[in-house]
Design a protein around this ligand. Sequence first.
Ligand SMILES: Nc1ncnc2c1ncn2[C@@H]1O[C@H](COP(=O)(O)OP(=O)(O)O)[C@@H](O)[C@H]1O
Ligand SMILES: Nc1ccn([C@@H]2O[C@H](COP(=O)(O)OP(=O)(O)O)[C@@H](O)[C@H]2O)c(=O)n1
Length: 669
Amino acid sequence: MFQTEFLDIPALASAGGEVRLPGSKSISNRVLLLAALSEGTTQVHDLLDSDDTRVMLTALEQIGCRLEREGDSLRITGIGGALPPGTAAELFLGNAGTAMRPLTAALALLGGEFTLSGVPRMHERPIGDLVDGLRQLGCSIDYLGNDGYPPLRIAPADFRAAAVQAPIQVRGDVSSQFLTSLLMALPLRAAAQDITIEVVGELISKPYIHITLELLARFGIAVRNDNWQRFQIPAGSRYRSPGEIHVEADASSASYFIALGAIAAGPGVRILGVGAQSIQGDIRFVEAAQAMGAEIESGPNWLQVRRGRWPLQAIDLDCNHIPDAAMTLGVMALYAEGTTTLRNIASWRVKETDRIAAMACELRKLGASVEEGADYLRVTPPARPADWRAASIHTYDDHRVAMCFSLAAFNPQQLPVRIEDPKCVAKTFPDYFEALFSVCETPRERIPVICIDGPTASGKGTIAAEVAQRLGYGILDSGALYRIAGLAAHRAGIAIDPVHEEEIAALVRTLPIRFTATQQILLGDEDIGHAIRSETAGMDASRVSALPAVRAALVSLQLNFQRLPGLVADGRDMGTVIFPAAPLKVYLIASAECRAARRYKQLISKGISANITALRADLEARDARDMLRSVAPLKPAPDALSLDSSELSIEQVVEQVLHWWQQRQPFKG
Ligand SMILES: Nc1ncnc2c1ncn2[C@@H]1O[C@H](COP(=O)(O)OP(=O)(O)O)[C@@H](O)[C@H]1O
Ligand SMILES: Nc1ccn([C@@H]2O[C@H](COP(=O)(O)OP(=O)(O)O)[C@@H](O)[C@H]2O)c(=O)n1
């Protein structure tokens, strides 16, 4: 996840490849419970791994289900509608409403002795309406704390006393989870008679009840829905495992990648985890995207999206059925011919932010003409490519604003887009930007590189790491590559001199060097971060780096670090040889005395013994060799900005570099 203050997305060109979206939590926990109540084994694919699904799984094991991991899937052997005799358990359900409520209903109807509790916050979340509904059936449920709230004790009940003739009543205006819980559990009592549930009050969140009904159908229970007010479970209902089931990915999250496929040139995007037959309401975004020009194929669990009509076609759409995903259409409208109107979106005004106002404001920043009404938005794209603007997108702590505006990076003017507070995507899709970058391509020259070159111990590595962290960019520690080369030659017993140049270069070309996401440096499986940091390794690096063939062998490896969204590269020749077109080159220096003192402190703090006089002599020798060598000598690039850090703190140097970087950016707030 990007934790930065902002994320600058370079202009993007095309998209291709696969993206797997995180699974839907609501579907995951419903599927787990239904599989648990069924007879036989259900193989569940793509289950969401989260706190809420974990507590559900633990509870299901406690009541007698068998769970087996099989690769990425999970096999659940259910209890077949009845508990093993004498089952008793204390269940801890964390803060998972999708576990507490349905389990309360199911366990109260199954018989057995249970306590159900959770974290303190769970004990403040109401459950009284559900308990009242269950008591109408004769269930025995006691409150162990406050009335109307968990923790609860469930005891076996004598159901013969309470024949289920009258409809079970449940409130629909507090949480649709109460109705969902009854719908999932009441088939346990429907062997011999129909059971009717009546909703009291206006039913909220109908799409979630729709998901419940669809999943029940997949497990063999056909509930009759009478206008969302009465639901009838027919006599003889029995949970039957479908054998295998895929948990769908979140359909609203899919909208960004559907739009991506429609906008980006290239082979198209394959979205794994959700298909056009999805039971989630937002999947109908597919139809809207098709109307704008997307070419979409789908299977049970995937969508394949390619650019079709181009430019896109403007649409005029009532978006009431896809309120969340429809925001993505607002950004697609930037690429359409004509004016797009999104209607019936009054609910946008009361979401995470006033989404109509937010979309209008940010779309205008990009150069669009926008008309906003109480319940509609009308978007006309910039008339010509030159009318697009590089904008800093304010995201209003709204994950959907952040995600949909990332797609403005495909603008024809090839302008970057700044997304403020990118971490707001954590609400539904923490790795959204990583997923986006994994399927997007852009010519290398559009991916920004900040070069930090200079002599040893001037602070390059420290500054590069901090600047990269503040911008969300990757890091290239090119010195580490020469240090590894020196170490490998040393270990292979090859003398580091011009006579052995080709032999060392050949060795270097085969080295399995990897940098991990956590900045570990691996040679094969060995973490060599420590071994290459000694001053001897530094000297070997300096010698090996003077050999032209060795330098040539490391060029393509270094160029491969230039990846989205950007790179900070530290070394000796980043700005002069490897990235000569970089938009910012810093030449970082400090006095020899100061550098020797810094290196001394650094080595001592790592537990490596050192002598300051010897260190200074070594670093001056290294500087001389680096500056005087014939190939890629250490010197500032003609367009580098020099910075003497002798008298500056690390923070001051970082701020100076970031200031220079900001000066080069085109964004208007
Ligand atoms: N401006 C600075 N002021 C004080 N110490 C610094 C400064 N810049 C870097 N250092 C310290 O100097 C040491 C050497 O820095 P490093 O980044 O390893 O240099 P280089 O990569 O140029 O060899 C580190 O311990 C670092 O914390
Ligand atoms: N781009 C680079 C980076 C390092 N090097 C060489 O590799 C050695 C070790 O680099 P480093 O950046 O790890 O060294 P320090 O500056 O940390 O001492 C340097 O002394 C250079 O001789 C190079 O030639 N070109």
